[in-house]
Design a binder for this molecule. Sequence first.
Ligand code: HEM
Length: 313
Amino acid sequence: MKADEIQRSGSFGLSVINILWAIMGGTRYSHDDVQFRDLLNKITALFRTGNPSGDILDVIPFLRFINSKIAGYRERKSATINGQIFLRDSIQDHMKTFDENAPRDFIDVYLKEMKKNPMFTAESVSNSIDYFWLYMVLNPDIQKKLHNEIDSVVGRSRRPSLDDRPNLPYLEAAITESYRVNPIAPQTPHHCTLQDAKLRGYDIPKGSAVLLNLYSVLNDKKHWGDPEVYRPERFLDSNGKYVKDEWMINFGVGKRICLGESLARNVVFLFIATFLHEFNFSVPEGDPKPSTYPTPGFTTCPQKFRIRMKQRL
Ligand code: HEM
């Protein structure tokens, strides 16, 4: 081998990771650091055993119980666990000395962002508000009733506030109905069973991936009668008082229920109440009636549509 040739065998790995990790985690590791070298070797092995189009374990997952070496399962698992431990420890170290005003690296910036509001959550709130406008332009009669309620409770001389929320039952019902008819999260993220469980006669083994189909509950025909219809009145009693329905699980249920629920509810309410107080919403002349069929994705949102906003006097 000539002097200016080197063998491509991951020799640069540690240096490259050191540069990236200095930006991410603010630490540089010695080339002799045994723990860091071990992690790097495992990650390299992980990438070598992986296959972007999937492998036999994706088709027959239980094979890992018969031979855990198959398709590199054992290496993958060990590299993943080591990676998680490494990241968890680094984040915990950062939290101990975290100063919001002096971010040292990407982990600090991320911790600061997490304190403010995760991006995903901003998306869920703004998509929920978009769905509400969609049902407003499609239902001018309901919008009129909301304008009347806001005018009689808030008046025209001030803006709505959170204190008005209990006194605006029709608005509360209209927002809840938009959460129901087209939920931004039709299903929850995956969870994992910690022990063997039984559900309606089905055995669910420990370690199974489980997710909730929220849409099926929010649009159950037997419970709601006409789930496809946007009808806020279903959340009002005969005296016009807002009534909760335990089938409204658009923020999830159980231990992993949405942590931002009350914040989200308040933000959505305040935003919608303020805009409804000020504007009339309609479909611009000549535009087609917007579709209620959602745009799919990690969360859903309405299809693109235009709104005409006219200031109320
Ligand atoms: C209208 C807006 C929102 C809706 C409809 C919504 C809905 C959901 C749903 C369905 C889940 C999954 C629950 C489960 O897995 O069982 C979830 C999880 C979560 N949400 Fe929200 N969310 C909204 C806004 C927010 C906001 C504003 C925040 C934070 C400020 C937030 C923070 C979280 C967190 C941290 C989780 C994970 C909880 C866990 O796994 O323990 N969400 N949300």
